[in-house]
Design a protein around this ligand. Structure first.
Ligand code: ADP
Length: 192
């Protein structure tokens, strides 16, 4: 599992793990954005909350992750990215994995200072616009601050949940991308 605040670099590193280790990236944020793009009822339900930087319901994300995890490409493992985000989600995940004789092997927590997260989000907006794209509706400065608040209130407590299970390893998420990738590889190799 990759863990950390919005903009910590979870998605970037999950994509690298997907390519280099054939571990599918299970990003609930991406799945929800796909549902919105597809115009499904579920997408419509989630859009308002996501645009505001609020969490969607545990029930919805637990449902979509369960469906995705049961696809054959996850048989040899996967990387959870942006899930779980609440204690009930973490409990549901543990139960889902236990029912399949699987478990979370390791939680890699990417640490990044808030000021850096804010400037990364600003940068992401600028780059998207420069490339002719449309920035994410939840990447405005105010919404990002709100997402950070939601992270500290609802999601950060999960670190203790996983520390109690002895699963947390911390990686400096402010190092250059290639160095973060190396640090994660070292953690995974040591864990085998
Ligand atoms: P970030 O770039 O902030 O890490 P994500 O792409 O992971 O964002 O998620 C974007 C939004 O999707 C969140 O702000 C939230 O509204 C919704 N979302 C994603 N994953 C979850 C989850 N596990 N539980 C609840 N809401 C989620």
């Amino acid at each position: 599992m990759l863990f950390g605040p919005p903009g910590a670099g979870k998605g970037t590193q999950a994509k690298i793990l997907q390519t280099e280790r054939s571990l599918p990236q299970l990003s609930t944020g991406d799945m929800l954005r796909e549902a919105i793009a597809a115009g499904s009822d579920l997408g419509k339900q989630c859009k308002v909350l996501m645009d505001r930087g609020e969490l969607v319901s545990d029930e919805i994300v637990v449902g979509i992750i369960g469906e995705r995890y049961d696809q054959p490409d996850c048989a040899n493992g996967a990387v959870f990215d942006g899930f779980p985000r609440t204690i009930p989600q973490a409990e549901a995940l543990d139960a889902m994995l236990a029912a399949r004789a699987k478990k979370i092997d390791i939680v890699i927590a990417l640490t990044v200072d808030d000021a850096v997260l804010v400037s990364r989000a600003e940068q992401r907006v600028k780059e998207t616009i420069a490339a002719g794209g449309k920035p994410r509706a939840d990447d405005t400065p105010d919404t990002l601050k709100h997402r950070l608040g939601v992270y500290y209130k609802n999601t950060a407590p999960l670190l203790d949940f996983y520390k109690k299970q002895g699963k947390v390893v911390t990686v400096d998420g402010m190092a250059p991308i290639a160095d973060v990738t190396k640090a994660i590889a070292a953690v995974l190799d040591a864990h085998r």
